[in-house]
Design a protein around this ligand. Sequence first.
Ligand SMILES: NC(=O)c1ccc[n+]([C@@H]2O[C@H](COP(=O)([O-])OP(=O)(O)OC[C@H]3O[C@@H](n4cnc5c(N)ncnc54)[C@H](O)[C@@H]3O)[C@@H](O)[C@H]2O)c1
Length: 426
Amino acid sequence: MDIGVIGCGYVGLVTGACLAELGHSVICVDSNDRKIEMLKMLKPPIYEPGLSTLLEKNKKRLTFTTKISDAVKGAPVIFIAVGTPSKGSGDADLSQVENVVSEIAGCMDSYRLIVEKSTVPVQTGMKIKSVMEMRVKGIPFDVASNPEFLREGTAIDDFLHPDRVVIGVETGKAKDIMKKIYEPISAPIIFTDIKSAEIIKHASNSFLATKISFINAVSIVCELAGANVEEVARGMGLDRRIGDRFLNAGVGFGGSCFPKDISAFRRISDKLGYKFNLLKETERINELIKKKFVEKMEEVLWNLNGKIIGVLGLAFKPNTDDMRSAPSIDIINGLLEDGARVVAYDPVAMGNAKEVLPEIDYKNDIYEVANGADCLVILTEWDVFRNMDIQKVKNLLKTPIIFDGRNIFEREKMEELGFIYIGVGV
Ligand SMILES: NC(=O)c1ccc[n+]([C@@H]2O[C@H](COP(=O)([O-])OP(=O)(O)OC[C@H]3O[C@@H](n4cnc5c(N)ncnc54)[C@H](O)[C@@H]3O)[C@@H](O)[C@H]2O)c1
């Protein structure tokens, strides 16, 4: 099929490349000239493992342009994958979606299926429909909701081998088109109404974020009681009703999705008449766990003023360069406020980190960070940190102290090696 995808970010570009991999011809649109120039040379403007190869492999089925009209003229199905960031109020800012919808409506001359790929609050489909109805004046169209569940770092595999595909539709025609698009994917397809599809996405992300905050709250109790949250999580996770995923205690969730989606879901629930206070607590625990981590550092290092803190990992999780709402931002700002000097290394996120954390010293590897630092702090669980030469790190540090915000090491082993080791809830 011919498909247009508006927005070439983490979701839109992966969606475009994967739809091409499934055999469709895809016109990818982004308003950012620089991104489109790079993509025309098949260079991904974001870091995502395997994306470069996928673009190269499917280059005959991929077109890149800055004009929405090119996509609308060339394809009967248009996926909207633009950003839906948080407003100060916590509501989702849907202005990018509205702009795109208006532009699509302005250049449509026959039936189009508009697919919401971006994460949007429930009832956005209704709003899209009303904008379209006002503008297209009699030209037929459908709206569908097809929320995306890919995770940065494993985005391609997640798109091509998902647990499920969720599709909200209102007409048989839209259902048939969406069925055809996803035919090559062997995962259950959940066809439902548009509002339910929209809520499935917000509810899923809010549930996962709540699971993380739950285990982080348990980690606080473990620290107070002298128990080990890793053992507790193992014991809980083997219960199949609970499962062991998203049960890793740490310095909290971040990224471009959980924080904004949870607050958008809370806000829309509020507006509809239900105060979703559980989600408020999930957010509160996520803030608390970062503060507590900095406090633990103060307890051990005493005065942070003038201390050199070596930070390993800046991205909100491994295998991505995405710094949006990364816990490292709040933690490092907390350290800087207390007068510490921060030196840091991340395998791929330093370019983006420099924009949000301009005051820190960026180093070329783990060992440059450790050299002369008063302690080491692990904030992202990159494999390269798990496999570092720990003896070399110990020799380079001024004092052998590790604050492990992701519990990638075992306390006993680290203590045997002569480190003062402080994890989360262990
Ligand atoms: N990043 C994730 O892991 C992820 C996962 C699932 C869902 N989502 C959702 O997908 C949506 C997109 O997220 P993202 O991370 O890809 O965002 P992003 O910021 O990386 O990408 C959005 C892109 O849209 C482009 N854009 C904005 N306005 C435009 C316009 N008028 N015309 C053309 N292009 C325009 C921007 O230039 C940008 O490249 C969001 O709603 C997000 O919540 C993200």
